[in-house]
Design a protein around this ligand. Structure first.
Ligand code: CP3
Length: 327
């Protein structure tokens, strides 16, 4: 179903999965997390396998996304990092690329493909977003350090970006070879750049990555949609600031669209969640290239039962009046 929608040929209900579905909002995840550090979890194939399957087993989503992080590519770049709880990166000015940096990822994908009955999504961060974490050292609000480097020392900036691009391509090709069905690239913070820089440092690298892969690709860049067309993705994942049906008018019908419920809707009552889910389903009614998702990642304190409600509405299309809810 997900693959049909990606190829804009889905005749059934839209498939649904949720960005960051494998994380902290699930009590079953917290149970495992209590015993390990995040880095230990990301490094252990058996844990990657188990956590990747959690949302499929518990929520019944129509796809699994590999349990890893956009920072995993730093293993191959030889940059130390940790989570505390957000990312902390210790970059000393240059990369020390290492061979065979992802055997745990390869092993987890191979074992997952033997068991999963839904497609497995591999992923990586977009090169600009990954480099912004490396240069900023942590999550940033204004991206001042990386933008300053880009303006003051474009040669150094470009050579670092080039290394991130080539490493990202080999990391994604490893995932493809191991058996993931499609790839999503999160260039979450690309919209920090003005248009000319965006074209050079976000669009062009993403186009190279898409071209290097043989499997379908979904691109996500908060605040951008039509701007991603020159990268030739199979699907564009859109945040909640844009109306999906308006985007459908502008983006060629051969490109699938994914999105775009605001995750904060999931803090609402069952009634609110159902109303918003129905509105989106109605907006995209009969659309063969639509994947239901959030406009950005799941938030850690969203109640699980609310997520169940959302998934039920999309998968059964139960009409509003037939559903029993108290608030
Ligand atoms: O869907 C999934 O849950 C799959 C795994 C996944 C993680 N990170 C695991 C994770 C995915 C797809 C990501 C992507 C990611 N990571 C992005 C791009 C998507 C986006 O939200 O824009 C970014 C920017 C990151 C960087 C990152 N990793 C941050 C900022 C943080 C800390 C805050 C947060 O959002 O949780 C992380 C840690 C992280 N990555 C956790 C998980 C499950 C938190 C786990 C914990 O603390 O137990």
């Amino acid at each position: 179903m997900l693959l049909d929608a990606l190829y804009c040929k889905n005749k059934k209900r839209p498939p649904i999965w949720l960005m960051r579905q494998a994380g902290r909002f699930l009590p079953e995840y917290q149970k495992i997390r209590a015993h390990y550090s995040l880095l230990e979890m990301f490094a252990t194939p058996e844990i990657i396998h188990e956590v990747t399957k959690l949302p499929v087993n518990i929520l019944g989503v129509d796809a699994a996304i590999l349990f890893s992080d956009i920072l995993t590519v730093l293993n191959g770049l030889g940059v130390p990092y940790d989570f505390d709880p957000g990312p902390k990166i210790d970059f000393q000015g240059q990369f020390h690329k290492t061979e065979d940096a992802y055997p745990h990822i390869q092993q987890a994908i191979i074992s997952l493909k033997k068991e999963l009955t839904v497609p497995l999504i591999g992923f990586a961060g977009g090169p600009f977003t990954v480099l912004s974490y490396i240069i900023e050292g942590k999550t940033s609000r204004d991206f001042k350090k990386i933008k300053k480097l880009m303006i003051q020392n474009p040669t150094l900036f470009e050579s670092l970006l080039e290394e991130v691009i080539t490493e990202t391509i080999s990391y994604l090709k490893l995932q493809e070879k191991a058996g993931v069905d499609l790839i999503q690239i999160f260039d979450s913070w690309g919209s920090a750049l003005p248009p000319t820089f965006f074209e050079k440092y976000v669009q062009a690298p993403l186009a190279r990555i898409v071209k290097a892969l043989a499997i379908p690709t979904i691109l996500f860049c908060k605040g951008k949609a039509i701007e991603l067309l020159p990268c030739h993705p199979t699907c564009i994942s859109i945040d909640w600031t844009q109306k999906l049906s308006d985007q459908r008018q502008q983006i060629p019908k051969t490109i699938a669209l994914q999105g775009n419920l605001d995750p904060t809707i999931l803090y609402g009552s069952k009634k609110t969640i159902k109303q918003h889910a129905h509105a989106l389903l109605e907006e995209m009614q009969g659309e063969p290239g639509f994947i239901f998702n959030l406009g950005h990642g799941m938030l850690p304190d969203i109640p699980v039962e609310n997520v169940h409600t959302l998934i039920e509405v999309v998968q059964t299309r139960s009409p509003l009046h037939e559903l029993s809810y108290s608030s």
